[in-house]
Design a protein around this ligand. Structure first.
Ligand code: NI
Length: 196
């Protein structure tokens, strides 16, 4: 069953910190099947990332990836990346105000994210890697790592009045959000060519 149901806010599995994966087990059938299911479920749901506890598995595995995404049309592309036991290190104190949604939360809202981070993790082949992420992509990574720690976007929202449905965000919030993040994208994703 490659595409799995996604637990929603209130399900205790989302609030439990996930357990680290033994790196020698990464090539096992169980972990490889988990990775495949995460990718299939994220793709089917149109997400830009997904964490293992979002398919009910309490292990420290997450996936990020953005190509052309109808759910997040403004997100710069991210190559499909599997992160096992990811550790985030902040590269400085700079933060920016993102607006995020989540496959496990019906609403979206504003929350601060760090601008520049470094992540160390194991990939799907069991190789360790370290990568720097900035801006929106750094936000996506922080979002997934929050999941692995039992966190959800609502925990970081400092002003509950920014919470909206997706429909109302599209109608009332998207324009000002795009204006707000344009300088973040310009600074952190210099290679992105916008349409038109
Ligand atoms: Ni999420």
């Amino acid at each position: 069953m490659p595409v799995r149901p996604i637990p929603q806010i209130g399900d205790p599995v989302l609030r439990r910190a996930t357990a680290a994966v033994d790196p020698v087990s990464i090539d096992s059938d169980d972990i490889q099947a988990l990775i495949a299911d995460l990718i299939d479920t994220m793709t089917a749901a149109g997400g830009s990332g997904i964490a293992a506890n979002q398919i009910g598995v309490s292990l420290a595995v997450c996936v990020i990836g953005v190509t052309k995404n109808a759910r997040y049309p403004y997100k710069p592309p991210i190559p499909l990346t599997v992160m096992i036991n990811p550790r985030v290190q902040l590269l400085d104190d700079e933060q920016w105000l993102n607006n995020e949604g989540c496959l496990s939360v019906p609403l979206r809202g504003d929350l601060p994210r760090h601008m520049n981070i470094e992540v160390s993790a194991f990939d799907r082949n069991g190789e360790s890697f370290t990568e720097t992420y900035r801006g929106l992509t750094a936000g996506t990574v922080q979002h997934e790592v929050d999941h692995l720690n039992g966190g959800l976007i609502v925990d970081r929202m400092e002003d509950s009045r920014t919470m909206t449905t997706w429909e109302n965000f599209a109608e009332h919030g998207m324009d000002s959000y795009l204006e707000r993040i344009a300088p973040v994208i310009a600074r952190t994703e210099p290679k992105v060519v916008t349409d038109g």
